[in-house]
Design a protein around this ligand. Structure first.
Ligand code: NAD
Length: 480
């Protein structure tokens, strides 16, 4: 552990914490630019060792009872909760989000382990009546095999957890490559599994060159399933690699969520909720509300209240308990945000509040509200992944639906209305996989999480999350 409490970073291969044979790469605190650690980089031989270890472990883990597997996952959940204060600090130091958000994320991760521990016991098959007397046909659900999983930096606890908890509960083993920028949180989650008695090889953790590791893992005959969360270009690349190997892949690739606010919505009741949801994790959330489409009758009131509430947010180091919005996670996001905003302004957009930060350290961008956006502004077309709220008026429901469905993303959407009929029309006609009606809170362990269209395919939570790591075994029996 370093002087400021950041954990030493290791690879986790065959149940052991080891240094990277390919050296290290620095990890920075996005609130201060300070180097806080060195992430170990795996060599090709270490990736091979992880693959061998996973293949070996699969033979026993896949045959263990779901009850026994679940007991280890539940113990890990308990340890994560006991260690939450430590883990949430690691998370904030490496990713930047405020401590209260990290707290929520760590507890939610524990929740996923608990839920999948139970759900593993319910991997039911079915019996189909035979056509002939004295015959029976059964379909059993079996684990698909060893999994290669890739997680990004924006939710360093929840994203690796969703992949690990579901795959292990299904009887698979998992080699995970979390983001090199936020390694400590994923290691803390895996440490809880290790201390809970996870047999060696059931989980291996690698860091290194993402392109080299993903190519080696996906092409290995040991790996039977791939799961990736991150950007569309990388998703496309891994999708192609998986297709070459005829291996299924789950892809969660982000979104550009429209929020349809109708005239009958209670503006006073939803502003605080909307602002907090927009700027959660400095907007670096795939489900983040991005395009606020507000019906004309309440547009001015909504904009004015949204701007006032945004101005009242406390911006600062996430370790400060008073902070509402922390820095962005890295220089890439800060540069991208600046480019997106400049592009919007050059096309006539108005900044109602926010903009570049004047702080001299940290990747800060002040929470920003933009109106009068041209439809061809990049912000209205590319996933912003930034603390930027775009507000635009609409007249009829038809206009709002056209705008909501204009982009190729299909992850999440939100609607605010007091009318059942309006909510029904909107939820029936907007092409997304997840909907919030009069709320933004839509993900819990027991519900499916994932997108359609260019937001990806497959689900990570709920019973669907478990099924993503299982295959059918059909048996036809004659009793003679
Ligand atoms: P990026 O494309 O450079 O990387 C995305 C993630 O993929 C990172 O964690 C990276 O380590 C990993 N990665 C990169 N190349 C890889 C490879 N060949 N094999 C395996 N993993 C690889 O993007 P970025 O700069 O980190 O983020 C940019 C955009 O990505 C964001 O604007 C956002 O749209 C999207 N994103 C989405 C999510 C999500 O939750 N869906 C999370 C993070 C980023």
């Amino acid at each position: 552990m370093t002087a400021d409490g950041y954990d030493d970073l290791k690879l986790y291969i065959h149940g052991e914490w080891v240094a990277g044979a390919d050296g290290t790469s620095p990890v920075h605190n996005p609130a201060t630019y300070e180097q806080i650690g060195l992430v170990p980089l795996a060599s090709k031989e270490q990736v091979d060792k992880a693959l061998q270890s996973a293949a070996e472990a699969y033979r026993t883990w896949s045959r263990m009872s779901p009850l026994a597997r679940g007991a280890i996952l539940k113990k890990a959940a308990q340890l994560i909760r006991e260690r939450a204060d430590h883990i949430k600090r690691q998370l904030t130091m490496e990713e930047g989000k405020p401590l209260h958000e990290s707290h929520y994320e760590v507890y939610t991760s524990a929740d996923y382990f608990d839920w999948f521990a139970e759900e593993g016991k319910r991997a039911y098959g079915r019996t189909i009546p035979g056509r002939n007397a004295g015959s029976r046909q059964t379909v059993n659900r079996e684990p698909i095999g060893p999994v290669a999983a890739f997680a990004p930096w924006n939710f360093p606890a929840i994203t690796p957890t969703r992949k690990i908890a579901a795959s292990l509960a299904a009887g698979c083993v998992c080699i995970i490559k979390p983001a090199e920028e936020c390694p400590s949180t994923a290691l803390a989650i895996v440490r809880a599994l290790h201390d809970a008695g996870l047999p060696k090889g059931v989980v291996n953790v690698l860091f290194g060159n993402p392109a080299e590791i993903s190519e080696k893992l996906i092409s290995s005959p040991h790996i039977r399933k791939i799961s990736f969360t991150g950007s569309l270009p990388v998703g496309r690349l891994l999708g192609r690699l998986a297709a070459d190997e005829i291996k299924p892949i789950t892809l969660e690739l982000g979104g550009h969520a429209p929020v349809l606010v109708f005239d009958d919505a209670d503006v006073d009741a939803i502003i605080d909720l909307s602002v907090r949801s927009k700027y959660r994790n400095a907007g670096q959330v795939c489900l983040a509300p991005t395009r606020f489409l507000i019906q004309e009758g309440i547009y001015d009131k909504f904009v004015s209240a949204f701007v006032d509430r945004t101005k009242a947010l406390n911006i600062g180091n996430g370790l400060n308990p008073e902070t509402d919005v922390g820095p962005m996670a890295n220089q890439r996001r800060l540069s991208a945000t600046s480019e997106l905003v400049e592009d919007a302004i050059s096309k006539g957009a108005k900044i109602r509040t926010g903009g570049p930060s004047e702080r001299n350290a940290g990747y800060y961008w002040n929470p920003t509200v933009i109106t009068d956006l041209s439809p061809d502004a990049r912000l209205m077309n590319e996933e912003p992944f930034s603390p930027i709220a775009m507000l635009a008026p609409f007249g009829s429901m038809e206009d709002a639906l056209v705008e909501a469905n204009r982009l190729p993303y299909g992850l999440a959407a939100y609607v605010f209305t007091r009318s059942h009929k309006t909510a029904y029309e909107v939820t029936s006609n907007v092409e997304v996989a997840m909907f919030g009606v009069n709320q933004y809170s839509i993900t819990v362990a027991e519900t499916p999480f994932g997108g359609i269209k260019e937001s990806g395919f497959g689900s990570e939570g709920g019973i669907e999350g478990l099924q993503g790591y299982m295959v059918n075994k059909y048996t036809s029996e004659a009793f003679m």
